[in-house]
Design a protein around this ligand. Structure first.
Ligand SMILES: C[S@@+](CC[C@H](N)C(=O)[O-])C[C@H]1O[C@@H](n2cnc3c(N)ncnc32)[C@H](O)[C@@H]1O
Length: 322
């Protein structure tokens, strides 16, 4: 019964927020410190004297913003010892939001997984860029792939379905996406695909070129067939169509950052996205000062792509996920 009430709460918040131009997904970046050094990211290393809001403040903000999906990210969110308190402060029994922790899994073990699930996490989005040890090199952390492999096998008995592998598609790994999808099926977890953006590091070398795209389109056909067979893909036909469009044009217009999606910084201030850090004290101020003037077209990250889906796909893809 509880899960039916929760599903109805999520659906009604989704419809309400869509119709009233309120956020569908908000990323609460609880620290910018990170224990990895990823090749596609500007973050990495410990930030001394970072101003971090306490759990209750993240709870207040989450209840005030009322997103459908509350992502908890960073930096690396598991670095915060009070992460469980943050989740508890955000969570409402049998109600929205749906809570996702985005993590590199370096600090995730069975005990922490279970305590975070007990606190109210719905889904762990575990970053995985390669289906083997190349992941360690890309993330700057030796042994990480083996750790994820071991952890997921260990968790299979608990609740493997609370895990999504999250892969950022780029020039170096697009030929490995089928293997990553196969791995997700073997491990009994979900899989999602996002698009690389150069906005974090200014590195254009990871962008797919025209020749890559010919190959990529064939890979996408196979991935979509796997999606139908395995039923564990979050990325949909729409996701891949937009990814191809982004790589072809290096641009997707009409960004809805600051409105359909945005981030809350470690100190509790708002920014339109993790790539454009202008700071605002409220959603209203962000809409007035940023949204109306925003001309950025330089990303197609999963949060953006999903929050800008036409209503037809929002319904279709979310029904498939449920
Ligand atoms: C910044 S990380 C923070 C959360 C956590 N530390 C992790 O690694 O999952 C959030 C997500 O952004 C992705 N990301 C990092 N750099 C990116 C880029 N240049 N383009 C697209 N996604 C990127 C990561 O792969 C990860 O899935």
């Amino acid at each position: 019964m509880g899960s039916v009430i929760r599903t109805l709460s999520l659906a009604s918040r989704g419809i309400g927020n869509y119709l009233t131009n309120r956020p569908l997904s908000v990323s609460f970046e609880v620290t910018y410190s990170c224990n990895a050094r990823c090749k596609h990211c500007h973050l990495g290393g410990f930030i001394k004297d970072e101003v971090k809001a306490p759990p209750e403040r993240f709870g207040e903000l989450c209840h005030q913003i009322k997103p459908v999906v509350a992502q908890i990210s960073g930096g690396e969110p598991l670095i915060r010892r009070d992460l469980e308190d943050i989740v508890r402060a955000m969570r409402r029994k049998n109600r929205a939001p749906y809570i996702v922790v985005t993590t590199n899994a370096i600090m995730l073990n069975k005990k922490r997984y279970e305590s975070l699930i007990d606190a109210g996490v719905d889904q762990f989005s575990i970053s995985l860029d390669y289906p083997d040890e190349r992941h360690d090199d890309f993330r700057g952390h030796k042994g990480l792939f083996q750790h994820i492999d071991k952890l997921i096998r260990e968790l299979k008995g608990s609740n493997g379905k609370s895990i999504t592998l999250s892969c950022v598609v780029q020039k170096d790994n697009f030929r490995d996406l089928i293997k990553i999808a196969e791995l997700s099926e073997k491990w009994g977890v979900n899989v999602n695909f996002s698009t690389y953006t150069w906005l974090r590091t200014n590195d254009m070398n990871y962008v797919l070129d025209a020749d890559d795209l010919l190959e990529f389109k064939e890979i996408v056909k196979k991935l979509l067939a796997m999606r139908k067979k395995y039923h564990n893909f979050f990325a949909s036909e729409y996701t891949f169509k937009r990814m191809i469009e982004f790589y072809e044009k290096k641009s997707i217009p009409n960004c809805r950052a600051g409105e359909r999606f945005f981030i809350v910084n470690p100190d509790g201030r708002f920014s339109p996205c993790g790539l454009i850090l202008t700071y605002h004290d409220s959603m209203e101020e962000m809409k007035k000062d940023f949204v109306k003037k925003n001309t950025c077209t330089a990303c197609n990250t999963s949060i953006r792509s999903n929050c800008e889906k036409p209503v037809k796909y929002l319904i279709k893809d979310n029904l498939a996920t449920l």
